[in-house]
Each structure stands twice: as C-alpha cells, then as structure tokens.
Design a protein around this ligand. Structure first.
Ligand code: MG
Length: 156
C-alpha cells in the first residue's frame, strides 16, 4: 500500500537566532522565529509524513503551548514522527522537499541537508530530495522562509 502526504510551513526571519534547515546550520545574518529551533523544512516534512499516515499534524503531537518543546531540536521531533510511522507499519519511500527562500543562497548546503535527513531517518540518501527556489521577490519568502514537502510512504 502507498500513502501520499503533503506538508507546508512558513517561519518569519528574526535577528539573533541560528538558521537551521533540514538539521543543518546555515550561515546567515538572521534566523527564523519559532518556539522550537524553527527548522521550517523539517516541520513541513513531519507534517507531510503525519499527513500521509492520517495521524494529524505536528501541532497535535508537539504543541507549542508545551514548554517541553521550547527551543526543541526539530530533528529530534522528526525521529519521533519516524518512530510513530514505524509503529503503524509504514516506511518512507521518498520525500521531495522544496525550500522557498529569497536569502540566503542554499545551493551549497543541499548535499549536507540531504545527508542530514537521510541519516536521521535512517534511510538511503537516494530517497531524499531537497530543492531550493525563490519567489522572485513576489511572495512571502522575502520576510521569512517557507517549505513544501511531498512524501510517499509504503506499507510493505
Ligand atoms: Mg513550523
């Protein structure tokens, strides 16, 4: 059985925070605002995985009203989501991640981002795609960073 899921998230730029995308620290003069480490790509990925499994969303599993998740590593939460899928007998077939950012330029980080996610999800790098695009200055991306993710899960 195959299950498809989509995830979307946006975080606003903010001074004085690290920029973490797909678990990788990116050189940037601004980070993203958020209750956790604000890894917008991992948030969208988790929502896509939960969506494919019809298990709700990250707000339900990791409420930002819970002080436990303040400053939380999104990668640690991703590992929890992956474990949840495993309990349901579901495995990630592939994930296609699009990060939408006017700045910084991400192309030199793509390989590291794929490696990071493949390692944390304990899967082959060929199953993880990370792409970056801009909105040509027309969208919300100048004020923050957005991510769209599509995943396919399989139940062997
Ligand atoms: Mg988020």
């Amino acid at each position: 059985m195959l299950r498809i899921g989509h995830g979307y998230d946006v975080h606003r730029f903010c001074e004085g925070r690290k920029l973490i995308l797909c678990g990788v620290e990116i050189e940037s003069r601004e980070g993203l605002l958020g209750h956790s480490d604000a890894d917008v790509a991992v948030h969208a990925l988790m929502d896509a995985m939960l969506g494919a499994a019809a298990l709700g969303d990250i707000g339900r599993h990791f409420p930002d009203s819970d002080p436990k998740y303040k400053g939380a590593s999104s990668i640690m939460l991703l590992k929890k989501v992956n474990a949840l899928l495993k309990e349901e007998g579901l495995a990630l077939s592939n994930a296609d991640i699009t990060v939408i950012a006017e700045r910084p330029v991400l192309k030199n980080y793509i390989a590291a981002m794929r490696e990071s996610l493949a390692a944390e999800l304990d899967t082959d790098i060929s199953r993880i795609s990370v792409k970056a695009t801009t909105e040509e200055g027309l969208g919300i991306a100048g004020k923050g960073i957005a991510a769209h993710v599509v995943v396919l899960l399989e139940k062997p």
